[in-house]
Design a protein around this ligand. Structure first.
Ligand SMILES: Cc1cc2nc3c(=O)[nH]c(=O)nc-3n(C[C@H](O)[C@H](O)[C@H](O)COP(=O)(O)O)c2cc1C
Length: 346
């Protein structure tokens, strides 16, 4: 049985929780199976990112964290569930949905539904207790390091340098361009990255369209446009009141835990009435160095950056993601999600 309209309400509740997790470029790299007793969540490629891509594993971890929250709020037996990076069958979460389980009553919107990415600038002030509240969100060997003051300027420099490479990397640019949505058709609003969620300045949509073509971006890069784009990318980050670094071992199991940790931090941030925006560009560069997919002219600059990060966090660790945290100067359009019938495995 796969039709979503035949799902019991508690299963639909679990799917909605998992499916509302964040994912790079809103790629939503998952699908779900319900056989009447057992729910299975599997990795499922949508858009550019491969199934074993680091950012995909982070998103699966984030979906798992939401699922765990929802399982707990239904009062189900969490101990009988499997959670982990996908194996050969692609499953990253599996468990029985046993009766009786009741959907929590009340008008409170669950935290995982309130969380979203706010890309507007953040106000400079932040409560001094926030840092301590976020460092408790560790998962397994994956830790949360909170950065403030001069440390933010150093991390913003990492973001700027990694972005310079990102704007010279064809694959990243093409994946990003393919994820962009400009229209207002139902499909544009639920899949991919809608430009209305990006907090672009006037003229920003036109520039994005211009840069989306690799030939044109290469031409602009001859004028060193990548330096300007990277400085723009790092600007809001540099002014953030607080930054969070998710760090831990580089293996796939740790990447999955890093996704859970990222989402645990983000839910806590939401609970505290704050917002967050992930910056994946540095982690992406570190992974590209490992897979030899950094453009030749950027390898030296990238290796220097890698050494700086190792000096900061230790050779046994990698940086899985950065997040800026704070109170945004305004509201922003929220990304949509595929309806349940489109996230069932076929
Ligand atoms: C692994 C990962 C990497 C991300 N990287 C970035 C990023 O570099 N910049 C950014 O603005 N948003 C980033 N995001 C946020 C996603 O674009 C966002 O979660 C997605 O579009 C869905 O929107 P929502 O978070 O508002 O629900 C990232 C999210 C994840 C899970």
């Amino acid at each position: 049985m796969s039709a979503s309209n035949k799902l019991p309400p508690e299963v639909a509740f679990l799917l909605e929780a998992a499916g509302s997790a964040p994912s790079a470029d809103n790629s939503q790299p998952w699908c779900f199976e319900w056989d009447g007793q057992t729910l299975t969540a599997r990795v499922h490629r949508r858009g550019g990112f491969p199934e074993d891509y680091h950012a995909t594993t982070l998103a699966l971890g984030a979906a798992t964290e939401n699922l765990a929250w929802a399982i707990q709020s239904l009062g189900l037996d969490m101990a009988s569930w499997f959670f982990g990076p996908p194996g050969a069958d692609g499953a990253f979460a599996q468990g029985r949905v046993t009766k009786p389980s009741t959907i929590p009553a009340g008008n409170d919107v669950p935290l995982w539904k309130q969380r979203h990415t706010n890309r507007l600038p953040y106000r400079p002030e932040i409560d001094s207790e926030v840092a301590d509240k976020l460092t408790t969100c560790r998962v397994g060997k994956v830790e949360v390091r909170v950065i403030a003051g001069a440390g933010i300027r150093q991390a913003a420099d990492w973001v700027r340098q990694a972005s310079e490479v990102r704007f010279q990397t064809r694959e990243v640019n093409e994946w990003f361009a393919a994820s962009l949505r400009y229209g207002d058709s139902p499909q544009d609003l639920v899949s991919g990255l809608h430009v209305d969620t990006l907090a672009l300045p006037p003229g920003g949509v036109g520039l994005l369209k211009l840069m989306s073509d690799w030939g044109r971006l290469q031409w602009l890069n001859r004028l060193r446009a990548y330096k300007l784009f990277a400085a723009i990318e790092a600007a809001n980050f540099r002014k953030a009141p607080l930054v969070v670094a998710i760090i831990g071992p580089a293996d796939r199991a740790a990447a999955f835990d890093a996704g859970r940790c990222l989402q645990r931090v983000w839910l806590r941030v939401t609970e505290l009435g704050l917002s967050a925006q992930p910056y994946y560009v540095v982690a992406d560069l570190l992974n590209r160095l490992e897979s030899n997919s950094v453009p030749t002219q950027c390898v030296t600059q990238s290796s220097v950056l890698q050494e700086r990060i190792r000096a900061e966090y230790g050779h046994e660790n990698t940086l899985h993601c950065l997040l800026r945290v704070g109170t945004p100067v305004g509201e922003i359009q929220v990304s949509g999600r595929l309806p349940l019938n489109e996230i069932m495995c076929t």
